[in-house]
Design a protein around this ligand. Structure first.
Ligand code: ATP
Length: 230
């Protein structure tokens, strides 16, 4: 269980309240109006933003003051997930050893992860020699080798077209099912939430609300969400 207990998170003058829990292995979309605090929430869980009051626990362990790298989670950002001067395999290897001193077992894990996301044969390419979808796959391969059980996505597929985005979401869903990972995913598209997230955290009016069933929420949205969805 991921728990945010009576948390207040500050981002400049902005303040977000969160008192919620997410079950292990759940796939949860984080939705809400622009500027409502979705990234603020995810960045606090990842440790990039401090929690002013309250605490965050994962499987009972208090992670509130843990540095980002020590947290049992991995995060995919909107862009810049890959280093342009490194090969695809090296980018993935960074997920295992930041100094890239990889053992034969590590190399095998990198190969296996790249095969799993459909990038076999592209190990030596640089990110710029890949399509947008392939770059997303490489970033997902790095997530796979990290073997963390909490995955935070800040719209990493926003720049992809609808068909490719749907394909990547399906891959994320498969990977979560295979690894048993818990997923929190910021999304601006209700169809993305419907596609892979059983529940949604609505961020609005200064608060991140407890997860609600996706279909029920989107079929009968509260006014703040209705105004945003149009
Ligand atoms: N570095 C910062 N300094 C000051 N205020 C900030 C900073 N970053 C974000 N904010 C403010 O915090 C609020 C929440 O921003 P946040 O990025 O979390 O919203 P969001 O819901 O993710 O938005 P979007 O959907 O547009 O990406 C906004 O009002 C924003 O202006």
């Amino acid at each position: 269980m991921l728990k945010l207990e009576d948390c207040i998170i500050r981002n400049g003058a902005f303040e977000l309240h969160a008192n919620l829990s997410v079950a292990e292995r759940a796939r949860v979309a984080v939705i809400g109006p622009s500027g409502a605090g979705k990234s603020t929430l995810i960045e606090a869980i990842a440790g990039f933003l401090p929690v002013a009051t309250g605490r965050i626990t994962w499987k009972g362990q208090d992670i509130t003051d843990m540095p980002p790298g020590a947290r049992p989670l991995t995060m995919l950002f909107q862009e810049d997930n890959l280093f342009p001067h490194l090969s695809v395999a090296q980018n993935v290897g960074l997920g295992i050893q930041p100094n890239l001193r990889l053992s034969p077992t590590d190399h095998a894990a990198v190969r296996q992860a790249l095969n799993r996301v459909g990038l076999s044969g592209m190990h030596t390419r640089k990110p710029l020699e890949l399509s947008g979808g392939q770059r997303s796959r490489a970033a997902l391969a790095r997530v796979l080798v990290q073997r963390r059980d909490l995955l935070l996505l800040d719209e990493p597929f926003a720049a992809l077209g609808p068909a490719l985005r749907a394909e990547m979401l399906d891959l994320v869903q498969e990977l979560c099912e295979e690894t048993g990972a818990t997923l929190l995913m910021i999304s601006h598209a209700p169809e993305d939430a419907r596609r892979i997230a059983g529940e949604c955290i609505l961020v609005a009016d200064g608060a991140a609300h407890p997860p609600q069933e996706t279909t029920a929420l989107l079929d009968n949205p509260p006014k703040v969400l209705r105004d945003y969805l149009g």
